[in-house]
Design a protein around this ligand. Structure first.
Ligand code: SF4
Ligand code: SF4
Length: 425
């Protein structure tokens, strides 16, 4: 089967062989009440309250959301409005840490005897996809159509990021047990772990680990970007096409990020909700690139300082990967549950945009077979009908078209703006 297209990128996985370290406890954390796609939580605490690690400090009745827990023990200093790195405003709880990291009595392994218990436990864990998108995990575990395959996304196809890789190398048993829990409680017969072939050590380790579980297989994927995009991965592993307006479950598939699967196992085993995460810190002004475990709510500055970043020279800050991550503007912004990388650069290339030479490279590179050149024209003409006909709504903003364009046209960015022109359904 021919694999879906994409582009070959320099990997820059300079941190992949560094064992994960733990950030010294920050003096203060700022925990946002929104860390995922979905409804914001309402904070339960007020200034002066004492809080403990793993204590629930915010929640909502909305299904499309997860509760928020304290990542530290200490005293609440403020409940205020803040601006997140993505520009969204939300309430946040500022906590001064006491250095003791006392664990809350609320933290105990959940009792799971049924699928409903399992899904509820995953929600109570506060778990959102750890691959970067931040989709609440329990929602993926409630498909409306029968599912026969779980695909575990271990591609980590963006340059620089190695946090999932370190999860594979350091916590393979958590990953396998997390997969087995999902298979068991959702009654799914088969799981594939998709890993790019630029991670041979992880492929070897996980292949050994799954030997005794015939229901789990490791699937080696070519290292082309965006191998980790859900639709691309489902096609490349299973040959199934997730059509327009469909969810993966419409094709009998659930996709989960590999660190998310591991986190499910840790929560079911210990009852400790998601209060910390592994973050890759790298870039040309970072003198000690690393993977570091940080409490949720730690500031970008704290993490960069730890990694020896000379922030005076900072010209570009990226939260996430260089292809699909977000530019950051505020070093004091807190890292949330879906923060998998902080990249800091001094050297940036901003080539001048020139006229399209009709080379067709953008069309060839698009994994979804869209026509970026035509989309660009339709956007400039504000031609909504043409944008709809050209399926701009399918664009996943992977950036492959922009990356390959010799005229440096900002095609992916245009598509984002074009999508905003479409009437809301
Ligand atoms: S058109 Fe969209 S999906 Fe296609 S390459 Fe560009 S950004 Fe990616
Ligand atoms: S890659 Fe750039 S120059 Fe080539 S057709 Fe696409 S927009 Fe035009």
């Amino acid at each position: 089967m021919k694999k879906l297209g994409g582009v070959r990128l320099s990997h820059h996985k300079g941190t992949q062989d560094f064992k994960t370290v733990r950030l010294p406890l920050p003096k203060t954390v700022v925990i946002p009440m929104v860390m995922n796609m979905g409804a914001p939580c309402t904070p339960f605490v007020k200034p002066g309250d004492s809080v403990l690690v793993g204590q629930k400090i915010g929640d909502t009745d909305a299904f499309m959301s997860v509760p928020v827990h304290s990542s530290v023990s200490g005293t609440v200093k403020a409940v205020s409005d803040i601006k997140l790195a993505n520009g969204r405003s939300c309430k946040a709880v500022t906590i001064e840490t006491d250095g003791n990291q006392t664990v809350s009595e609320e933290v105990k392994p959940p009792v799971v005897n049924s699928k409903e218990d399992f899904v509820s436990a995953v929600k109570q864990c506060g778990l959102t996809g750890l691959g970067g998108a931040g989709f609440p995990t329990h929602i993926k575990l409630c498909p409306k159509t029968p599912v026969d395959t779980l695909v575990i996304n271990g591609a980590e196809c963006e340059p620089y990021i190695t946090s999932d890789y370190r999860e594979m190398m350091e916590c393979p048993d958590d990953i396998i047990e997390g997969i087995r829990l999902i298979l068991k409680w959702l009654n799914i017969p088969k799981a594939y772990i998709g890993i790019e072939n630029n991670k041979p050590e992880a492929i070897k380790l996980l292949t050994e680990k799954v030997e005794k579980y015939p229901e789990i297989s490791v699937y080696t994927l070519p290292s082309t970007y965006p191998q980790g995009a859900e639709k691309v991965m489902i096609y490349n592993v299973l040959g199934r096409i997730v059509g327009e307006g469909q969810l993966p479950s419409d094709q009998g598939v659930i996709v989960s990020n590999i660190s998310t699967a591991a986190e499910i196992h840790r929560y079911i085993k210990t009852g400790m909700p998601l209060t910390e995460r592994r973050v890759t810190v790298d870039g040309d002004i970072v003198s000690k690139p690393c993977n570091v475990i940080v409490p949720v709510g730690t500031s970008v500055r704290e993490v960069l300082d730890f990694a020896g970043c000379d922030t005076e020279r900072l010209k570009k800050l990226i939260l996430g990967g260089p292809m699909m991550g977000m530019c950051g503007f505020d070093l004091e912004a807190p890292l949330g549950k879906s923060s998998n990388a902080v990249l800091a650069f001094e050297k940036i290339s901003e080539p001048k945009e020139t006229n399209c030479i009709r080379c067709g490279r953008c069309i060839k590179a698009c994994p979804l077979k869209l026509m970026p050149t035509e989309l660009e024209k339709a956007y400039h003409a504000r031609d909504i009908k043409a944008l709809q006909k050209l399926k701009v709504n399918l664009c996943m903003n992977c950036g492959c078209c922009t990356y390959v364009c010799p005229a440096s046209r900002k095609l992916a960015e245009i598509n984002q703006l074009a999508k905003a022109l479409l009437p809301r359904t």
